[in-house]
Design a binder for this molecule. Structure first.
Ligand code: AHR
Length: 505
């Protein structure tokens, strides 16, 4: 099969905001306890943080980390997690039917972020609590001193303010599973008042209002419209979430899901812009895709995990090769919307639907999805190019009952021009499960000089997984890419994820 891509340095979608490579740590399962924080582990440092996990988080390259939830945040009293540990209460976490010991809280998270090389993105509880509590948390984190909350932070060991820039106004408030779920207008009012008080406390903060927790929600569209009607002037971003699954083993259809993600983004933006137009506003609301990933392998396993215990294992999906292909393409989709998607968080970072896993008594290891994430986060920097792609397409059934998804391009590709490094980086997946693909990339206008490197992620078995014992799904170097007369030619093996870096003038 032959495919052609035309790239031109003048045709650009937008500049990549590095915050689209965000991660997420929720008080859920073994993400915090036994994940990033485990004082009794041989790798723990003086703060109880697992250094093997810290290393992998740095390698994964998430410049932003959302915290502390997720569903957890909607019943959380942030005050429970600060101050002397012996005074912190053990609480019921109603969201995940677990015990929350509160031995890890805001101050520990800030310290962990510093060590992990990531910036905090905090969520406030607008489920069981309200604007005043949210305001006090901003004051605790960001106000320099001389007030009750800021002095408490100082007394708790942090003289300097944390300067947290990004704040989520609640989580998935459209979902009936959410503690404190309410109608859109009510949430919109609550979020508006919280936003005012938070920005009065620190005018530099940026705020994310809850959009839909998936485009499958019956309220999708109407929810965004009503929420933005109340919050358009105070919100900077609208949050959306989406998880992908292949429970009926329909791989070709599953691999067409990046297009579904793109549709979700486009439709959401249409609603945002409609509200903006109604308000005759010059402002554009940007998107924060702050939960996305594959999530289905662990469905039903919660019954094996004892309720009301600390760090009960939950959502421990083990990812396959085909999940890695999908994650690589979902990242391309985020890049393709670089003009409007400014923040995104893979959900989550460690142990819970995560690229990084830990053994309680053993090592931390990389899931299959770790690799396309880490390589895209490292090299997907600069301007996303508006490519012209010519590729054969396929139709595939997906879902139960199955519907046919039509015209999925066999080649999924996105390219980024990094002017600073003088390179064009091409990400490409051959979605054909059986045939090799010859990809031709016309780069004349870039005056390409040499192929810097070519990485491939592939395994003969699409269901292959990694484990604590071995990582058979890992990228390898390839040398099939050639340059001649401004054209790059690469052979892409069936069902492979590829990254080709080309030095340009
Ligand atoms: O990431 C797991 C959960 O998925 C989050 O807590 C929630 O926001 C979403 O439903």
């Amino acid at each position: 099969m032959k495919c052609q891509v035309i790239l031109n340095r003048h045709y650009r979608i937008g500049t990549v905001d590095e915050r689209i490579y965000g991660g997420f740590i929720e008080h859920l399962g073994r993400a915090v306890y036994e994940g990033i924080y485990q004082p009794d582990h041989p790798c723990a440092d003086e703060d109880g943080f697992r250094t093997d996990v810290l290393e992998l988080v740095r390698e994964l390259g998430t410049p932003l980390t959302r915290y502390p939830g997720g569903n957890f945040v909607s019943g959380y009293n942030w005050e429970d997690g600060v101050g002397p540990r012996e005074k912190r209460p053990v609480r019921l976490d109603l969201a995940w039917k677990a015990l929350e010991p509160n031995t890890f809280g805001t101050d520990e998270f800030m310290k962990w972020c510093r060590k992990a090389g990531t910036a905090p993105m905090m969520a406030v509880n607008l489920g069981t609590r309200g604007p005043a509590d949210a305001q006090r948390l901003v004051e605790y984190c960001n106000f320099p001193g001389g007030t009750e909350q800021s002095e408490q932070r100082r007394a708790n060991g942090s003289p300097e303010p944390y300067g947290v820039k990004l704040w989520c106004l609640g989580n998935e408030m459209d979902g009936i599973w959410q503690t404190g779920h309410c109608p859109a207008e009510e949430y919109g009012r609550r979020a508006h008042e919280a936003a005012k008080m938070m920005k009065w406390t620190d005018p530099s903060v940026e705020l994310v209002v809850c959009g839909s927790s998936s485009d499958g929600m019956p309220t999708f569209g109407a929810w965004e419209s009503a929420v933005l009607e109340e919050t358009y002037d105070v919100a900077d971003y609208l949050s959306i979430h989406k998880y992908f699954a292949n429970p009926h083993d329909q791989t070709p259809g599953y691999l067409s899901m990046p297009e579904a993600m793109s549709e979700f983004i486009t439709r959401t933006l249409a609603v945002c812009d409609a509200v903006g137009a109604r308000k005759k506003s010059a402002k554009k609301i940007m998107l924060s895709f702050d939960e996305w990933n594959v999530w289905f392998h662990s469905h039903g396993e919660e019954k094996n995990s004892p309720e009301w215990t600390v760090a009960r294992p939950l959502l421990e999906d083990i990812y396959t090769m085909e999940d890695a292909l999908l994650v690589g393409m979902l990242m391309m989709t985020l890049l393709d919307h670089a003009d409007r998607v400014k923040v995104a968080c893979i959900a989550q970072s460690v142990n819970v639907i995560a690229p990084i896993m830990t053994d309680k008594t053993g090592r931390a290891w990389r899931q299959t999805i770790f690799y396309p994430f880490a390589l895209t986060a490292k090299y997907g920097r600069g301007s996303v190019l508006r490519a012209v792609v010519d590729s054969p397409c396929y139709d595939a059934e997906f879902g139960a009952p199955a519907t046919v998804r039509r015209n999925t391009s066999c080649l999924r590709t996105t390219s980024v021009y990094n002017e600073e490094r003088g390179e064009v980086v091409i990400f490409a997946v051959n979605r054909d499960l059986a045939g090799e693909m010859e990809m031709e990339v016309l780069l004349e206008d870039f005056e390409p000089e040499q192929v810097i490197e070519q990485k491939e992620l592939r395994h003969d078995d699409l269901k292959a997984v990694n484990s604590a014992a071995s990582e058979p799904v890992a990228p390898v170097d390839r040398e099939s890419a050639t340059l001649s007369g401004g054209t790059l030619r690469v052979r892409l093996r069936p069902a492979s994820w590829n990254m080709i870096r080309v030095k340009v003038r």
